[in-house]
Design a binder for this molecule. Sequence first.
Ligand code: PLP
Length: 450
Amino acid sequence: MEVTTALASHTTPEVRSLLGDALLHELSHGLGGPYHVLFPERFDACAAAFRAVFAEAGVDGQVYFAKKANKAAVYVERAAVAGLGVDVASHGELREALAAGVRGEDLVVTGPAKADDLLRVAVLQGALIAVDALDELDRLIVLAAGLGRRARVLLRRLPAEQPHSRFGLDDGELAAALRRCVDGPVDMEGFSFHLSGYDVRQRTDLAAESIGWCTEARALGLRADRISVGGGFAVDYVDAEDWRRFEESSRPEHFHAGKSFGGFYPYHSPVAGADALRTILAAAPSGSGEGTTLAELLRSAGVTLLVEPGRALLDQAGFTVFRVQGVKDRDGYAVLTVDGSSLSLSEQWFDSEFLPDPVLVPGGAGPVADAGPYPACVGAATCLESDMLTWRKIPFPVRPAVGDLLVYLNTAGYQMDSNESPFHELPLPPKVVVEPSGSRFRWRLDRHPH
Ligand SMILES: *Cc1c(COP(=O)(O)O)cnc(C)c1O
């Protein structure tokens, strides 16, 4: 039968070396089920890359890690040590960030119609609050007055390019919000937005418009000296050529049960991570003076740029390990069953699939007859027909066998835990923090309480 395109995941030298290390099988045996591996050093490196772009562009900038992308404690602990900010959207996330050592003033609280107790702690901690609606601003003003404090506020914009978004204030509401900020116990520090999608052009343009809003706000006597362009810095998972071939050739027959999906994350992105920030800063916004870059506009207006990357700070900062516990032959391909569920690989829960090919790490020591490819899909150890980790018939280079490990690479951004539950009384996969130590690796469990 016709075989599907391979979509080999990008890796790092640490990942490659760990894939060949006995530690992976050791941990699978010792932990008795699937687990996630976390690389904190990689998080540090991604954050440093964003900061380097600000320094290089001569722009005053601040990086806030969007915590919702992963629940582990270790990344927030590293953020605290590095002096990064953290973007939180719930009382629980705020508590975790404070406990990891992030200072209140380094938090930005986002999300719609935030509950009073979240707003109260945010005010008491001096956190920046991205206000999403007029009624939320009114509640915040009453609350801050009651506490005898001032609230630090950004006003979140509803982007004209995404008029159906349920987030943010439209231009009329923004004008009303500014008037209320003038009279209230509020330090109005600027504006924010967060776009879905990865378009860099839109972000440059919206940032420039937001600088214009800062000028209007300042005319009312407000501080308005920072803007947040939110997150949405793409991650590049696979090569351009593989991705192009996949997109051109993909058909329902390439998936178990002829499954088709609404769409996929753009797993190849020519401009990703900190490079996307570099591109946004170096572009000249449409309608600005000829050739004036966003970086220049920010400098001359004295405006600080905040970014809130989630996924991009976690690029290659972790992977997820399952053990093959069954191999069943079907017509021209195999159905693998692994010792966990798609709850630990979240993309399925958005009517989509995490496409980069998992790496097979053989369990047996026997010689591997390499007469592949051996196409196989990957099912969960649950009783749900639809609980598949991968519907696509992945072209494995060797025949998968019981006891092999299946390693999904680059899963730290959103894949690991956003949907995990102890369904079927299956334990939640533990998170293992792995750091190189001389020629070996050292590991410990992450501190986040399940
Ligand atoms: C989710 C979110 C982010 C992070 O988005 P990424 O795509 O992971 O970079 C940043 N800001 C806000 C307001 C968000 O909701």
